[in-house]
Design a protein around this ligand. Structure first.
Ligand code: MG
Length: 280
């Protein structure tokens, strides 16, 4: 596969990605796709998606899980609502992730991904070993479908994430690195984090953000790619240094402004192609 193929985060009926048509109109060759709602995780939906992607010449590189009731309104709300960590929804969401793994298999994709949620920082917390247990269970399920599981970064520091992956002992567990999330959540310098996580990074988001005045307590501000504090040249240079050759998947989450969203994704494609030409 060509190095650093451009990608974009998409969705069909759930999640914040752009429509597949936008990826086609911008001539983007790869996508990550948010899993459809439960009732549409069927062979017929999979066949429809595959037919559209075949026509467009687009490859799916990851299927992202996400759940009803998740909210990224502010950091305390993320703690309460996102991923497999909240107890009230844990069992049903774990079952849903297994369905999403089966759906990913139907569209021929070898990677599932998700925001796990806020894992307890204290490894002696009983909650920590519970999250290790469900992650192992999901990794075993994914392995049976010949898939890897990628954890989206953001809620924890690079050190905590490395510790967590090591503690699971799973050999199909990797990282979907999102540099903007490190800034939005105040979880550490994204470039330093990327260097630390290194070869555990098996997919990435190209997203940008500005630091909050009080990082970790309030949200940073997501921006157009290149306008935030990540430093896109340093980001790609570091991806090169760690030997990352996979897709560069643009994520721009302003679905309420579709025209601006498409225009800014187009801008991101240009910026990434220019940096690729300089660095590869
Ligand atoms: Mg992301």
């Amino acid at each position: 596969m060509e190095k650093w193929q451009i990608g974009v985060f998409t969705s069909v009926d759930a999640g914040l990605g752009v429509d597949l048509d936008v990826a086609n109109e911008l001539e983007i060759p790869t996508i990550q796709i948010h899993a459809p709602h439960s009732e549409n995780r069927t062979q017929s939906t999979a066949d429809e998606i595959l037919e559209r992607l075949g026509k467009y010449g687009i490859t799916v590189t990851a299927v992202f899980g996400g759940f009803d009731g998740e909210s990224y309104a502010d950091i305390p709300t993320v703690v309460k609502t996102v991923g497999l960590v909240p107890l009230q929804t844990r069992a049903t969401r774990l079952a849903e992730m297994k369905e999403i793994s089966d759906f990913a298999k139907m569209i021929g994709c070898g990677v599932i991904a998700l925001h796990l949620g806020f894992v307890p920082h204290d490894t002696d917390d009983p909650g920590y070993s519970e999250i290790i247990g469900i992650t192992q269970e999901l990794c075993r399920y994914a392995a049976a479908n010949e898939q890897a599981l990628h954890l989206e970064t953001g809620q924890e520091t690079a050190e905590s994430l490395i510790q967590f992956i090591s503690d699971t002992g799973c050999d199909n567990l990797f990282v979907n690195f999102d540099p903007a999330n490190m800034i939005l959540y105040g979880a550490g310098n994204p470039i330093e984090a990327l260097k630390l996580i290194g070869n555990k990074v098996h997919s990435v988001h190209c997203k940008d953000a500005k630091w909050a005045n009080h990082p970790g307590q309030e949200w940073g501000q997501e921006t157009r790619l290149g306008d935030g504090d990540v430093g896109m040249r340093a980001y790609l240079q570091t991806l090169k240094e760690i030997g990352y050759t996979g897709p560069l998947t643009i994520e721009r989450e302003i679905p309420q402004e579709p025209a601006r969203q498409k225009q800014e994704i187009g801008h991101a494609v240009m910026l990434l192609n220019k940096l690729k030409a300089d660095l590869l």
